[in-house]
Design a protein around this ligand. Sequence first.
Ligand code: CMC
Length: 392
Amino acid sequence: TGTVTLDTGFTNTASCESAITYIDGDAGILRYRGYPIEQLAERSTFLEVSYLLIYGELPTAEQLGEFTNKLGMHTMVHEEMRRFFDGFPRDAHPMAVLSSGVSALSTFYQDSLDPFDPEHVEASTIRLMAKVPTIASYAYKKSIGQPFLYPDNSLNYVENFLRMTFGVPATPYDIDPEIAKALDMLFILHADHEQNCSTSTVRMVGSSNANLFASVSAGVNALFGPLHGGANSAVLEMLSDIEAGGGDVKSFVNKVKNKEDGVRLMGFGHRVYKNYDPRAAIVKKAAQDVMNRMSGPDRLLDLAMELEEIALADDYFVSRKLYPNVDFYTGLIYKAMGFPTPMFTVLFALGRLPGWIAQWREMISDPSTKIGRPRQIYTGAAERDFVALEQR
Ligand code: CMC
């Protein structure tokens, strides 16, 4: 009660207090728990960053070892769960399979479902971090008709995921450590981004005291959409379309400016950043490095850079403060690494997972948390009397 203010899309409404991630959108600054994203991307690892986000501090060597060992004990999924994948059609989108898989975890682990029991919270945290890469790789294997590989805990987190995704039982899988490192770095860049659509969804679902698996599964579904995590796939489709149409970047930009068929420059613009997305700057450099290593010069990378240059010099984009966001160059890297387009958003989900978990845990332990329940401005009919069917 009281005055209700309309704020469609929550552009100016804080839904919580949080000590996890700091963004200054005008200055292009992103920090996790105070640490600048540039330093973490260059010097840390995804598991360290996950620990930092979830538990609040960078781990000591001993804490990191313990965390890694705990994850190692849970990388396999329940054998019955492997059968779930038989039921999905082969052309199922891997994000749909992933969210179903995450949701299904709550059917197996009755000892991980109570949001107010610290042991349950910890067990669901470890299980999610350990099993989501396995579920993600199975979603991919299913789509190409190859057998699932069991995890190999002698490998690190990202190497293990790469092997389960690209390895086959018949041949030893040769891991390229530079590629694994690049993917690890991309996961760091995606690990948290305060109250974005999927994270707000995780918190919203969790605010009803739903368990962590249910909440994160909802987050995966929110990330699926093309305006959010789906943008990385949409960028690659956009670049491929431009190339197929003869590579005319200028006329594509004109189409965007004229808002023809509602077409947008995917991978551009952000609700919070009104400056260069600091993650995009790091990704752009990595794209050039990975491509040089994997596949040599790439026509789509050239097109992306041309598109960026034209857009950043155009008043339409300048006046609206539209800059490349994290999704603009990531798809090109994922493609060079061998991932098919539908898997791109799954990679985003793998990276965002520790952020979702950290935010859910922060919400659950915050005594000021209330169930998420926005108000509305009613615009429907005023009171009127029911009319019997025969009189309508
Ligand atoms: N291309 C062309 N015009 C755009 C774009 C774009 N990518 N983004 C915003 N605009 C225009 C929009 O048409 C509007 O113009 P006008 O004032 O003339 O109507 C103005 O800029 C403001 O846009 P908005 O839609 O009100 O801004 P928003 O804060 O609601 O949307 C956004 C943010 C990210 C959804 C939007 O910029 C967008 O659709 N971008 C393309 C999709 C994308 O790359 N998403 C990834 C976001 S970053 C990572 C993630 O969350 O996954």
